[in-house]
Design a protein around this ligand. Structure first.
Ligand SMILES: Cc1cc2nc3c(=O)[nH]c(=O)nc-3n(C[C@H](O)[C@H](O)[C@H](O)COP(=O)(O)O)c2cc1C
Length: 142
């Protein structure tokens, strides 16, 4: 089965995005479920959450990456998902994480280096730039 990578971005659903406490709960729930499922499916990856945007990379077998992505697309906690990159890869970049996470003020400076304007938006990023940003978060990801 080919080793495959998907990178997509999306936005936190609007009914949830004004409440900091709710956001924190949503992120911890997403991470707990992701880590459990991804460990079973041999999926590795990285999730960034900043300014109401998600940016996520999933890597693993083509079948499992597609199944997981299709499941994620149905999740009502986010919307407007856009595929930034999809393809075969020769090696994983995030093998140490079933789902690494970076977000909040810790990543503002790194994000700035990859942003066109003063506000971060993954919708304006190339797939390659998105991958490089996620790789740059490896040192601070939990
Ligand atoms: C931004 C975002 C990222 C997610 N990432 C993953 C993931 O990497 N793996 C996963 O299994 N579920 C992920 N989910 C959760 C799925 O949408 C879905 O709720 C979950 O897979 C259902 O798992 P369950 O059937 O075991 O409860 C994510 C959801 C969101 C909103």
């Amino acid at each position: 089965m080919y080793l495959t990578r998907i990178i997509y971005c999306s936005e936190l659903a609007s009914e949830a995005n004004k409440d900091f406490i709710i956001n924190e709960d949503i992120i911890s729930n997403i991470l707990a479920v992701s880590r459990r499922n991804n460990a079973i499916n041999n999926i590795s990856g990285m999730l960034l959450y900043s300014g109401n945007y998600f940016l996520q990379c999933l890597e693993g077998s083509r079948l499992d990456v597609n199944k997981t992505y299709n499941r994620i697309l149905l999740d009502i906690r986010h919307n407007n998902a856009i595929l930034l990159e999809y393809g075969e890869i020769i090696q994983r970049d995030f093998s140490a994480w079933n789902m690494g996470y970076a977000g909040g003020s810790d990543i503002k400076e790194i994000i700035q280096a990859y942003s066109v304007g003063s506000d971060f938006s993954p919708y304006y990023m190339s797939g390659k730039s998105a991958l490089n940003l996620l790789k740059a978060l490896k040192n601070i990801a939990s």
